[in-house]
Design a protein around this ligand. Sequence first.
Ligand SMILES: Cc1ncc(COP(=O)(O)O)c(C=O)c1O
Length: 400
Amino acid sequence: MSFLSTSLARVKPSPTIAVTNKARELKAAGKDVIGLGAGEPDFDTPENVKAAAKAAIDAGKTKYTAVDGIPELKEAICAKFKRDNGLDYTPEQVSVGTGGKQILINALMATLNPGDEVIIPAPYWVSYPDMVLLAGGEPVIAEASMQTGFKLTADQLEAAITPKTKWFIFNSPSNPTGAGYTHAELKELTDVLLRHPHVWVMTDDMYEHLVYGDFEFCTPAQVEPKLYDRTLTCNGVSKAYAMTGWRIGYAAGPKDLIAAMRKIQSQSTSNPCSISQWAAVEALNGTQDYIPTNNATFQRRRDMVVDMLNAAEGISCPMPEGAFYVYPSIAGCIGKTSAGGAKISDDEAFATALLEEKGVAVVFGAAFGLSPNFRVSYATSDEALKEACTRIQDFCASLS
Ligand SMILES: Cc1ncc(COP(=O)(O)O)c(C=O)c1O
């Protein structure tokens, strides 16, 4: 019998981290590699946030804190939900964890029993299915298509619901597609959920602030207030405030669920880093002025990448509403052979050959549950993106 647990055997390692590691190895070996795999902004954490962290250290705020967040941060989170989403929450409805990731897994571990189903729209963020498996549940993948802009339709959601469904995980703007649901599109989904009172909504709003043009972000409990009592609204400071390394995520929802999540956290990490919590207070309460500035940069890069990828033979790249990803299809490349002799049988073969022959690291679509595609993160410099897209164009032109 294996020493390792059976629940671990159900889980696979993160393919996005694997791509990042492979690109790092090739770079260390002296190869000219451009990494488009990273899921984090290339901007530095804002100065006011760094200053708040330094002040917290100097003031001795370096001890254990309340399990699921200091009162000051919970207040700042309640104010954020009111300001940005029109949602009323009290501090006892708020949980702060070590990154958005811990919040999500706490909620799943606190609620799933063997056989419980969790609906996950594909393409999905790689961690959702494995988190559900780790927590003992069953992921039910509902596949959205490129024709609907990678957005799930009401009929698809309806078809995925069974008496065993516990959660519907919703993520807009999405990792890996950047797709953002409009108010009307989300309302169609919340109308379905109203007909199934046993289904709870876990909404992952991590990319809320990274939206472009006239797209307006919305979240399920705001679009359908009748879902408030069965919605966990998850968010964090990692992406909007360039704070991925600080590890602060948060959620708000019904008190009993928050208390159950607190119980899990009390026996695992005790509390999120005290210094990071003070930094997050400043991120949420302080100036928000750099968000539009950063977004203007992201939007310029998005537009350039979409244009350049659409100019590559065999690639078709939709224009996403937000986040910092695009998710082009390589349907037109399948079945061809690269200049280096690699048969492009699927998106994994495409990504491998692209890395080996042109030194561009992207994540293949099968990792996100929808093929044949790949994910590009445009959270890197304009120069690197331009060079990478030129190499992708060359690679595609060389296929025969
Ligand atoms: C959709 C989504 N949710 C959650 C997270 C996790 O965020 P954090 O770094 O705060 O754990 C990520 C990070 O890549 C993400 O893309």
